[in-house]
Design a protein around this ligand. Structure first.
Ligand code: PAF
Length: 298
């Protein structure tokens, strides 16, 4: 266990093992303080910092814990597990700046002693659509590690970004279906000034790809504006933006209800919906999503 003194203010503590984590959380458990939790895979950016601030608001003086763990279980063959950025020193500085009390940065063996687990969490049907269709097994890996981390950290509140909207929906569902007792909170997507959703994977983009990557958010904003004229108009507006891009290889563009189910065929004016997009720029796969209000101005 290392004590950090990056800024000289109340310091963030770093735990690499389950025992170290348990010891650091002992006082909070004894005092019955609320524990806030922000699970991450590291390569932290302003989006993660905003999740830490939401966790702090929720727990007041209780401890905020962030985990940094690149979870092999959620990466498929040929995905970016090996090249996923690992930037612990810089991550710790962000945690320190945001007043995170404990960072849990375990090894793969610490999380999966004796190899990958026999018992895993099955996401059900929602895990097979959209991201789950392109990335089979991905959400099983996400839910399994999040369930384990919930078990180790014992949070009252856990905060996840809306950028990974399907992940947020599934984790929220897992917590209620399995009675895990964790209040799963979604926090708004943080964006660059030109609209690009912040993502740890943005750093893979070449300058040219970085420019074209704004196509995703431009398509979603166009759909938001056109949603007043119905679902088809929203779709078409998004597709018109996508056609302008030369190197954006669309994986999916989908309009769903806010719970990721099907929208009614003829939605009432004012019906809330979600538009979700995934696309590749070279070898980098990006996702984004926004809310829509069908048939009414926002
Ligand atoms: O969103 C992420 O960074 C990961 O999927 C999560 C939730 C930390 C699980 O590994």
């Amino acid at each position: 266990m290392t004590e950090l003194n990056v800024s000289g203010s109340a310091s963030t503590e770093l735990a690499h093992t389950r025992d170290e984590l348990a010891k650091l959380l002992e006082p909070a458990r004894r005092d019955g303080a609320s524990v806030g939790f922000v699970p991450t895979m590291g390569a932290l950016h302003e989006g993660h910092a905003s999740l830490m601030r939401v966790a702090r608001e929720r727990v007041g003086g209780g401890p905020v814990v962030a985990s940094i763990f690149v979870n092999p279980l959620q990466f498929g063959a040929g995905e970016d597990l090996d090249r996923y950025p690992r930037t612990l020193e810089a991550d710790l500085e962000i945690c320190e700046r945001e007043g995170v009390d404990v960072v849990f940065a375990p090894s793969v063996d610490e999380v999966y002693p004796g190899g990958l687990p026999q018992v895993t969490v099955a996401p059900g049907e929602l895990g097979d659509v959209l991201e789950g269709k392109t990335r089979p097994g991905h959400f099983g890996g996400v839910l399994t590690v999040v369930a384990k981390l919930f078990g180790l950290v014992g949070p009252d509140v856990a905060v996840f970004g809306e950028k990974d909207y399907q992940q947020l929906a599934l984790i929220s569902r897992m917590s209620s279906d399995l009675c895990l007792g964790v209040d799963v909170v979604g926090a708004p997507t943080q964006r660059e000034p030109d609209g690009l959703a912040l993502s740890s994977r943005n750093r893979y983009l070449s300058p040219e790809q970085r420019e074209e990557a704004t196509t995703l958010s431009r398509a979603l904003y166009a759909a938001q504006r056109e949603a007043i004229n119905g679902v088809d108009a929203a779709h078409q507006a998004a597709r018109a933006e996508l056609r302008r891009a030369k190197t954006v290889d669309l994986d999916y563009l989908a309009v769903t209800d806010p719970a990721l189910g099907e929208l009614p065929t003829d939605p009432e004016p004012g019906t809330e919906a979600r538009i979700l997009i995934a696309a590749r720029l070279g070898t980098t796969r990006l996702i984004d999503n926004m809310s829509l209000t069908i048939g009414a101005s926002r």
